[in-house]
Design a protein around this ligand. Structure first.
Ligand code: PMP
Length: 319
């Protein structure tokens, strides 16, 4: 099958999709040091818009700091690259920005620490999923498994706040095992047995008395969707508690959902094969989901400042 007809930003120049490669012996491939961020593009009445661009750029910068990647681009340069790449790739629904050390190295600490940045804007379904062999399953509601063998990222190793490639190796192995056992997704615990997050999603529960709860920021990736849901809950007068959660809290919740750029708000139908809320999304989950979806689609005046409209450069100038 032909490669996608897309242009990828590479250190200030646009290159073709198939040219966006790094060597097998590069430091980032061999040591898993690639730092990345992933954001969404939405079709709105005012054209394509990127959700919370500044927050994603700041998180990439923080990832590079935590991962010791000496990034030489400013936030403004990176934002411009993302906007320009989106403009050049009509129909794209997602953007992945990657920071890599392309140098071929012998030691874990590179001799040449130059960091190269790639920005790709594409359609996940058409440009990736449809071109791969094998099945891609995406359930409407999640069957969740509480993973107890492999723990989440630890602050004394590489913290959960770093979107560094190596941080995803252990969750991948655990999630794959759970998939083979019929689950869609796993939730990882920390070393003390408290709930943290899924490999690429944050988690929320609603208790029987209607309180929205999520694990503390120190234990999880600072999900842009997680933060958005916390802000929306406040504006919608939904009582929220950010603090430690035990597996029993998850199993006893009336509603459970995950959040991520890829899926927004994603209802959980069961945990360890025990049904949650009768297997259907609850009232608070649906209210937050519909508000979130409206905002990303440019239908909510109040939170319109969370969108960067790429076709109207004036709209990008934040007051
Ligand atoms: N946790 C982890 C570990 C992730 O990789 C992601 C995906 N970026 C999330 C949570 C969700 O974050 P966001 O809402 O920013 O996509």
């Amino acid at each position: 099958m032909e490669t996608p007809d897309r242009l990828i930003w590479h250190d200030g120049k646009f290159i073709r999709w198939q040219e966006a490669t790094v060597h097998i012996l590069s430091q980032s491939v061999q040591r898993g040091t690639l730092g990345f961020d992933f954001m969404s593009i939405h079709e709105t009445p005012r054209g394509p818009a990127i959700f919370k661009l500044d927050e994603h750029i700041q998180r990439l910068i923080e990832t590079c700091r935590l991962g010791s990647l000496p990034l030489s681009y400013s936030a403004a340069e990176l934002s411009d690259a993302v906007v320009e790449t989106t403009r050049r790739n009509p129909g794209a629904t997602a953007i992945k920005i990657s920071a890599v050390i392309p140098s071929l190295e012998v030691d874990v600490v590179p001799q040449d620490s130059t960091v190269s940045v790639f920005v790709a804007a594409y359609d996940s379904a058409a440009d990736i999923i449809a071109r791969n062999k094998g099945e891609y399953v995406r359930s409407r509601y999640l069957k969740l498994f509480i993973e107890k063998e492999k723990r989440n990222r630890r602050n004394d190793i590489m913290p959960a706040q770093a979107k560094v490639a190596s941080n995803y190796a252990s969750p991948m192995a655990a999630k794959w095992k759970a998939r083979k056992a019929g689950y869609d997704e796993i939730v990882l615990l920390d070393e003390d047995g408290f709930v943290t997050e899924a490999p690429t999603q944050n988690i929320f529960i609603v208790t029987a008395d209607g309180i929205l709860r999520t694990p503390p920021a120190q234990k999880v990736l600072h999900g842009i969707t997680r933060q958005t849901i916390l802000e929306l809950a406040e504006s919608m007068d939904i009582k929220t508690v950010v603090g430690d959660l035990l597996p029993e809290d998850l199993l006893g919740a009336t509603e459970v959902f995950t959040t991520a750029t890829t899926a927004g708000v994603w209802p959980v139908e069961s945990i360890n094969e025990q049904s949650i809320g009768g297997g259907l999304p609850g009232e608070i989950t649906l209210a937050l989901k519909s508000r979130f979806d409206d905002i990303t689609l440019g239908r909510d005046e109040k939170f319109d400042h969370w969108l960067t409209y790429v076709l109207n450069s004036d709209a990008n100038i934040k007051q």
